[in-house]
Ligand binder design. Structure first.
Ligand SMILES: *[C@@H]1O[C@H](CO)[C@@H](O)[C@H](O)[C@H]1NC(C)=O
Ligand SMILES: *[C@@H]1O[C@H](CO)[C@@H](O)[C@H](O)[C@H]1NC(C)=O
Length: 389
């Protein structure tokens, strides 16, 4: 110990030399002096570091605080119970009887009626693609729109203003409009659930009856037509079934993962079935369609959606809404809110860090998207430039 002390003294500069001379003094005096000596060194360097470093640290936490919490999510949040994934068999040349059999179901003599119900905001192009994809299998389209976003901003009735575009669905359409409540500073999820309750009413008005199939999904969660066809033709399918969709961002160029599960299909039960967008069962039918998030034609649509949707708190800085930045982010496949991947294990977070790599496959996409390529080319791989709108 003495030797250690001596060694330390040798390294000190002039200011502390007297401390070394007091080597034979009492232990208390010695350590007191050493403390003083340490504090003096502290004065010069550490204080500077503290004065400059601390504000920088606070600034970095301010900029990236949300990222830090997301990165640490595996520590503070357990992953949800895994789904029971039902294998999905499909090829266009296999008979329905055999497809049902492959899933352990029996084929019906007539298909069930199918109701497709959505809460509409402004995604006209995606709605067009969705309805054309589902059209051969849907008995009734149900659409509700509001003059308020979930975040309480006034919004135009985009569907009503463009209704003539959807002439092909008119004879099977139940349309509803609900006035927003425009409550300032309220949690956006309240307005959202208010609109979903109204949608429940509209579905009844559309004439749904027990054992009809009801699709509950956001407009941009598009079940593939053949999946709906399978479910309407087979008996014994689960009462409630989530649909696993392929997650895309901005267009079908950026394939993120196949973890979208919120879409669901229900064998309707009067008084029991409620329109919801959360987890309702453990069963998940694999590979049943596409979820194209933020798949917009105009930069202005991106700005609108960023402000309108329920996670508006993610706009931490005004410049997030800058059109040039948004265009740049879209072409890179990066995150509009500069957030980390929302995952439950470090392995998955790290695997997904950075922009989404481009895919060069446009195989197995909604048919109408490829049929109308002149109109919808911006959703295909390699066409990330958007009009300003
Ligand atoms: C698939 O079915 C279509 C129409 O039923 C038929 O024309 C075609 O030859 C079939 N293809 C194969 C590979 O069996
Ligand atoms: C929203 O719609 C309701 C019902 O039509 C109407 O009373 C209200 O004035 C509208 N609000 C705005 C801000 O347009």
């Amino acid at each position: 110990m003495e030797a250690g002390g001596y060694y330390n003294c040798k390294k000190t500069d002039g200011i502390c030399e007297d401390v070394c001379d007091s080597e034979h003094g009492s232990k208390a005096v010695f350590s007191m002096s050493r403390l003083k000596c340490a504090l003096r060194g502290f004065d010069l360097r550490a204080l500077l570091i503290l004065l400059i470093g601390l504000p920088i640290l606070i600034f970095v936490i301010y900029l990236h605080g949300q990222k830090v919490t997301y990165f640490l999510r595996p520590i503070w949040e357990k992953p949800p119970k895994p789904f029971k994934v039902l294998p999905h068999y499909y090829n266009e040349n296999v008979s329905m009887a055999n497809l049902c059999k492959l899933h352990g179901w029996k084929v019906r003599e007539t298909p069930r009626r199918v109701f497709d119900a959505v809460l509409f905001s402004n995604e006209l192009d995606i709605l067009d693609i969705r309805w054309h994809e589902l059209s051969p299998y849907v008995s009734e389209f149900v659409l509700l729109e509001s003059n308020s976003t979930f975040t309480g901003l006034k919004k135009d009735l985009h569907f009503k203003e463009n209704r003539q575009r959807f002439e092909f669905a008119e004879s099977r359409l139940t349309y509803g409009m609900i006035g927003g409540r425009f409550v300032k500073g309220e949690n956006p999820f309240v307005e959202e659930s208010y609109q979903r309750v109204a949608l429940d009413q509209l579905i009844k008005i559309a004439g749904i009856t027990d054992d009809d199939l009801l699709i509950m999904s956001d407009v941009d969660e598009i079940p593939s037509g053949h999946s709906i066809n399978l479910l309407r033709w087979c008996d014994d399918i689960p009462e409630v079934l989530h649909l696993q969709l392929r997650n895309y961002l901005y267009s079908f160029e950026f394939f993120l993962d196949d973890k979208s599960w919120r879409a669901s299909i229900h064998r309707y039960r009067a008084g029991k079935t409620r329109y919801a967008h959360f987890r309702q069962t453990d069963d998940l039918l694999a590979d049943s369609g596409w979820h194209c998030s933020f798949c917009f034609r105009y930069i202005s649509d991106f700005v609108f959606k960023m402000q309108a949707y329920s996670h508006v708190d993610r706009i931490r800085f005004k410049y997030f809404l800058n059109p040039k930045r948004i265009q740049h982010v879209i072409c890179r496949g990066a995150d509009l809110f500069d957030m980390l991947p929302e995952e439950y294990t470090f392995q998955e977070i790290i695997a997904k860090l950075g922009p989404i790599p481009s895919t060069f496959s446009a195989v197995h996409l909604p048919a109408y998207l490829l049929e109308k390529v002149d109109q919808y080319s911006y959703l295909l791989p390699g066409r990330c430039m958007r009009e300003s709108g």
